[in-house]
Ligand binder design. Structure first.
Ligand SMILES: NC(=O)c1ccc[n+]([C@@H]2O[C@H](COP(=O)([O-])OP(=O)(O)OC[C@H]3O[C@@H](n4cnc5c(N)ncnc54)[C@H](O)[C@@H]3O)[C@@H](O)[C@H]2O)c1
Length: 319
């Protein structure tokens, strides 16, 4: 069993070409790889082309597109054809255990011990997806954030049967292609970043349910406030700076007793989304969106994200 040397990889496979797979395909193409893609849905190839056409100028603006790269994926007729054409494959199929297990069995039947299957799954457990496969050791989660062609983070976590060396390889591979990979040491539903997001959203929902503020004001409470800092440092470092020159030690002594008191009022672990709460949320988001359509909001997100990424690239962190 060997893993390909990063510089020897010329082709990458993508299985599942929806929101995430198509975005991955655009990114891989921009990095100069040949990309072989398959999806079972009718009309997928046209949607893929549309997605790549949208992503390409963004990737050019970010300086990701390498010399000689072309926005032209190879279309495969089956997952077997992708396995035959690429040793490293990013799987981004529908988020459903039965679908992934059936797909993995199909791939497993034609894989070699050198193949690497990276799964984009947001919430499924790799140990369950890979159980019983003859090449189970070659499957590992590489979970991106939407849209993967722009957001740097990839969470890497192995299942019970994943070769530990493959986890190291995957971390190195994502860094090699310009992503920021982090190691998740244990399998838990939602990995890490989505759990952090879910905890924040839980409080946002409860704030709406309790009538603390409107949907738009709850969103502003993050986007116009702590969200700006969170793009620069994570929650631990931000709070270390809240401790002034005394850093985290002073923060723990001085400010955390108050936060404990807030935590004790946050006892609803799984907020029920009643029909009334769902209606308030849907109407509130519509008010916040105003005349902007989903397409407008996506374009606005991507434009502002690009501006932020360029700023961060041009003002690098010391680490
Ligand atoms: N949308 C997100 O924000 C997000 C973020 C990170 C990771 N993910 C993960 O990425 C994966 C894909 O999610 P998505 O949001 O792109 O969903 P999507 O619904 O946009 O795309 C899923 C694609 O899978 C295809 N598909 C269906 N059955 C398949 C099969 N048997 N084999 C291969 N492909 C099949 C569908 O035709 C569709 O094109 C999921 O595992 C999801 O958890 C999603």
């Amino acid at each position: 069993m060997t893993t390909p040397k990063f510089d020897d990889i010329t082709t990458l496979g993508v299985i599942g070409a929806g929101t995430i797979g198509a975005s991955w395909a655009a990114y891989f193409l921009a990095r100069g790889y040949q990309v072989i893609v398959w999806d079972p849905a009718a009309g997928w190839a046209n949607r893929l082309d549309d997605m790549i056409a949208t992503a390409w100028p963004q990737l050019e603006e970010l300086g990701v597109v390498v010399a000689g790269a072309a926005p032209r994926p190879v279309r495969a007729a089956s997952p077997e054809e992708v396995v035959a054409g690429a040793t490293v494959i990013q799987e981004s199929a529908l988020e459903n255990m039965a679908v992934k297990r059936a797909l993995y069995a199909q791939m497993d039947a034609v894989m070699t011990p050198d193949h690497v299957i990276l799964s984009s799954t947001s919430g499924l457990i790799m140990s369950e997806m890979q159980a019983g496969l003859s090449h189970a050791a070659r499957f590992v989660v590489g979970h991106p954030f939407n849209p993967p062609h722009l957001i740097p983070l990839v969470e890497v976590v192995g299942g019970a049967d994943t070769d530990p060396a493959l986890i190291d390889w995957a971390l190195g591979f994502y860094d090699h292609i310009g992503k920021h990979a982090i190691r998740i040491n244990k399998e838990v539903p939602g990995h890490l970043a989505n759990r952090l997001q879910a905890a924040l959203w839980r409080e946002a929902l409860l704030a709406l349910k309790d009538g603390l503020a409107s949907v738009a004001d709850i969103d502003a409470a993050i986007a116009k406030g702590p969200g700006l800092r969170l793009a620069l440092f994570g929650p631990h470092m931000i709070f270390a700076l809240a401790g002034g020159k005394g850093g985290m030690a002073h923060f723990l002594d001085h400010l955390v007793p108050g936060i404990h008191a807030w935590w004790r009022t946050m006892d609803e672990i799984d907020p029920e989304i009643t029909p009334d709460l769902a209606r308030a949320l849907i109407d509130g988001v519509a008010d916040e969106a105003g005349a902007r359509t989903i397409d407008d909001l996506e374009a606005e997100r991507d434009q502002r994200l690009l501006a932020l990424l360029k700023t961060l690239r041009d003002t690098p962190s010391a680490r």
